[in-house]
Design a protein around this ligand. Structure first.
Ligand code: FES
Ligand code: FES
Length: 163
């Protein structure tokens, strides 16, 4: 049996028909063609499918699409404004944080949630915030540097990009 689901994603309202219990991840990728969130484990353990639900980084594979009608959902795709990368996305590019890139969605979404709450995180706070995302390639040092660079830029450090 199908559900009709109303959800707001990246500022736009959508009405979609989906099988009962369909995870938000499938709804975003298969119904709305938003491919920022990635399928990794499907059981809420790897973080590759992270989205922001009212600003909180949440694994979208572990949430039924029908449960998030009241939420503002933001995906990696929604961070790009007028064709321009978000400051966190740019910092990840500048630091060449990706190897295979599969974890980048989760890392960037988790970093966005962290920096919105805590614009000057310590290294320990960054590690804690990214703890729900697994990087199989082991680019952790560059990922942490990218979050620090984004934080520095958000705090008005003009030299942050040159480090
Ligand atoms: S695919 Fe959602 S946490 Fe792994
Ligand atoms: S860059 Fe490959 S999983 Fe993180």
């Amino acid at each position: 049996m199908a559900d009709i689901i109303d959800i707001k994603v990246n500022g736009k309202q959508h009405r979609v028909e989906a099988e009962q219990g369909m995870p938000l991840l499938y709804l975003l990728r298969n119904k709305l063609e938003l491919n920022g969130p990635k399928y990794g484990c499907g059981i809420g353990q790897c973080g590759s499918c992270m989205v922001l639900l009212n600003g909180k980084a949440t694994p979208s594979c572990a949430v039924p699409g029908s449960a998030v009608a009241a939420y503002e959902i933001t995906t990696l795709d929604g961070l790009v404004k007028d064709g321009k990368l978000d400051i966190v996305q740019e910092a990840f590019v500048d630091e060449q944080a990706a190897q295979c890139g599969y974890c980048m969605n989760g890392m960037i979404i988790s970093a966005k949630a962290l920096l919105a709450d805590n614009p000057k995180p310590s290294d320990a706070e960054i590690r804690q915030a990214l703890n729900g995302v697994l990087c199989r390639c082991g680019t952790h040092t560059r990922i942490i540097n990218a979050v620090k660079k984004a934080a520095a830029q958000m705090n008005g450090n003009p030299n942050a990009r040159k480090s």
